[in-house]
Design a protein around this ligand. Structure first.
Ligand SMILES: Nc1ncnc2c1ncn2[C@@H]1O[C@H](COP(=O)(O)OP(=O)(O)O)[C@@H](O)[C@H]1O
Ligand SMILES: [Mg+2]
Length: 327
């Protein structure tokens, strides 16, 4: 009954060049643990692997029972496996500083005598700024290209979509900025008597930024290199969330690797003598499994049991690897 057409292992075999994988889904469904297991698996396959988190919560350090905050440390005694939890605060501070310099330069360039602080405040005091800083962080890692395989433990649902939609929004925004910058520059050149070409750091920055965004988008939309996996529990809300998610991703042209169903109560451990509460849960899970099969069909890659404890530390993580990557 629980047939899987193309397993996680088979998907990996069918995509030998795969390099960037992501785990998405509702909060608490098991994204972080799946990301950890996938990274460990890839490292065992001989790939130099980075498990990275763009999540402000210290979830990787918690999973691995070691501090990987703001640094790349090896994981579970696996020489090939590194984990890195991105320091959000640090990133945001750096981005703010960068923006401050750009704005100050621009105000000077445009002969505007307003204090830069107001501009900086309005540019950086919104949630999207934090997300875009994280997005840049992620793309920086991808473009640096220091590893063979990257596993990203993505931020909770609502952000992840924006995070990805962002690369398109960014391109549009940068195009617009570039256009107005070009107009301003040529106007300035027209008006100036000397006609000498000035160096334009803002323009340079925008061009560099646009280039990075375009490259990141190329990587993110290449189904030989990238795959997004969606984790769900056999429950209605997480299913609804990833259904919506998968549709969005199709819109963005971002490759969907498949669905991992987590938290299944093992039926062989449930009998007539089992407490009613558990028997009801099993029944509920069965109904939702039927729904999962109907919606996702052969895109289901793995069925993961509910373990007797949480997934934490090397031993549990290795148990999860065996379940996520069955033969
Ligand atoms: N199959 C499982 N069996 C038992 N506990 C699990 C299982 N999958 C996840 N967990 C636990 O559930 C909690 C949430 O998992 P996590 O990966 O942090 O979710 P997310 O990253 O999606 O928010 C963690 O405490 C984790 O150890
Ligand atoms: Mg998490």
């Amino acid at each position: 009954m629980n047939q899987i057409t193309v397993s996680m292992t088979q998907y990996m075999k069918d995509h030998p060049r795969l390099k960037f994988i992501f785990f998405g889904g509702k909060g608490g469904v098991g994204k972080t643990v799946m990301a950890g297991a996938a990274a460990l698996w890839a490292a065992k396959e001989g790939k130099k692997t980075l498990l990275a988190s763009t999540n402000p919560v210290h979830s990787l350090s918690n999973l691995l029972e070691q501090d990987v905050f703001g640094k790349a440390a090896t994981v579970c005694d696996e020489a090939n496996c590194y984990a890195f939890e991105i320091d959000t605060k640090d990133t945001i501070e750096r981005s703010k500083q960068e923006i401050r310099e750009k704005i100050n330069w621009f105000l000077k360039f445009a002969d505007i005598s307003t204090k830069a602080d107001e501009f900086i405040e309005s540019a950086t005091m919104n949630p999207a700024f934090e997300e875009s800083a994280m997005f840049e962080n992620m793309t920086d890692l991808m473009l640096k290209d220091e590893y063979d395989f990257y596993v990203f433990d993505t931020a909770p649902t609502a952000n992840a979509r924006r995070l990805l939609g962002m690369s398109k929004v960014y391109s549009l925004w940068v195009e617009k900025m570039l256009k107005s910058r070009q107009e301003a520059t040529s106007l300035r050149e027209l008006l100036s008597f000397t006609k000498k070409k000035e160096k334009d750091p803002l323009m340079d920055y925008l061009l560099g930024f646009k280039d990075r965004m375009a490259k990141a988008q190329d990587l993110l939309t290449d189904d030989a290199l990238t795959a997004f996996f969606f984790v769900t529990l056999p429950e209605s809300l997480p299913i609804a969330v990833i259904t919506r998610f998968i549709n969005w991703f199709h819109e963005f042209g971002i490759p969907v690797g498949g669905v991992v169903v987590n938290g299944l109560i093992q039926k062989d451990q449930v009998g007539a003598e089992t407490v009613e509460f558990v028997r009801n849960r099993v029944k509920m899970q069965e109904e939702h499994m039927a729904e999962i099969r109907e919606i996702f069909g052969d895109r289901v890659r793995a069925l993961i049991p509910l373990f007797e404890t949480e997934v934490k530390g090397a031993k549990m993580l290795n148990r999860l690897v065996d379940r996520l990557f069955t033969a």
